[in-house]
Ligand binder design. Sequence first.
Ligand SMILES: [Zn+2]
Length: 446
Amino acid sequence: MAITPDKKMDVLVSLCKRRGFIFPGSEIYGGFANSWDYGPYGVELKNNIRNAWWNLFVRGRDDVVGVDTPIIMNPKAWEASGHIKTFTDPLVDCQKCKKRFRADQLSGIVCPECGGKLTAARQFNLMFKTYVGVTEDASALAYLRPETAGGMFVAWKNVRDSMRKRLPFGVAQVGKAFRNEITPGNFIFRTREFEQMEIEYFVAPENAPAAFEAWLDAMKVWVTDVLKLDPAHVVYHEISEGDRAFYSARTIDIEYAYPFGTSELYGLANRTDHDLSRHQEATGQDLRWLDPESGKKILPYVIEPSWGLDRSVLAVLLEHLDIDEAPTTEKGEKEDRCVLRLPPSLAPVKAAVLPLMKKEKLVDCAKDLVQQIRRQGIAVEYDESASIGKRYRRQDEIGTPWCLTIDHDSLEDKKVTVRDRDSMAQERILIADVPAWLTEHLVQKP
Ligand SMILES: [Zn+2]
């Protein structure tokens, strides 16, 4: 049974809180608008997505290297990149209720909340300001980065000089970015503090169009093979010349069909030599790359594939959240079952070991199996509370692919019942074979 789109966000938000994925931030203080805590399973899921990305795009390639640059950089870098002047939204204020709105999202000329008069539109910078050091004057003013890309452009010269890479090659980074959005919302879709996974891929200008195509293909592989999103739910939206940033030679927005509407998931842009030329001009440093074959110096173009990590978490949860029917303990009865059909490689817990009853011999056998699995580096959980049916339901809701039940027969035949999350089918395998069985199935079903 599919969950209707109007209910899906409510079902997900409720499951995330109930099962320890994502909680409202600062909740005991009455909350803090638009902030969310990743709970124990949420952080595992997020880490698994981040690690899968790093393994695929950094460790898995010869032509991409990673960096980790600061959230607070020299503010001159944001001046050169144009963020201080142009990273703005046009805003209007209601003169009566003092609420603030994005001018480009309003249709009328009066306040949509109270009907009051609106001020003229003003440009509002989205960067968070802070002060570095002991004084709070203009000389100490700094910004929290609004995107991770800036740090990679600024570090480009050192990466170029230290890594002896030939073009084309990319620099990758994962980290937090901050934007003082006026209209955040839709759970973790748009938050003021969020995590990005970005690559700046430096390429000779004449090879930029082909590199763009190659990165588009690589992003499709990520979407379909790693996150297992149904291609029917993903839109590759070519942005027309008139709607692109002025420096961009080509932009594609990768959008997902969220229950609240189809909207941004990732982006891919050919940023030309815009960023390097701005930083070169502002610093007087030579940021060109010397081609050892031709002896010519060139300022590379940059292809920028950009992924939102929190949006990846949201899309994965929405995509794999399902309600079907499962048999109850009473014969022949069926009940609704909420299940997260997460790809096993992304699931927070890969296997749960459950003694059928809280009897010493079963408990000992189960705990011993947990240790065997843990030694293989596989995320495993032990649970002896409540009925076996309730324990299955709980593991289904957190997306655990396999439950391993130890019963009285296990003590005799040294076998365990493996229950598959998706089909609910059961098979018995030798306890001694479990670690190898899990390893094999995690590879088979990436
Ligand atoms: Zn108003």
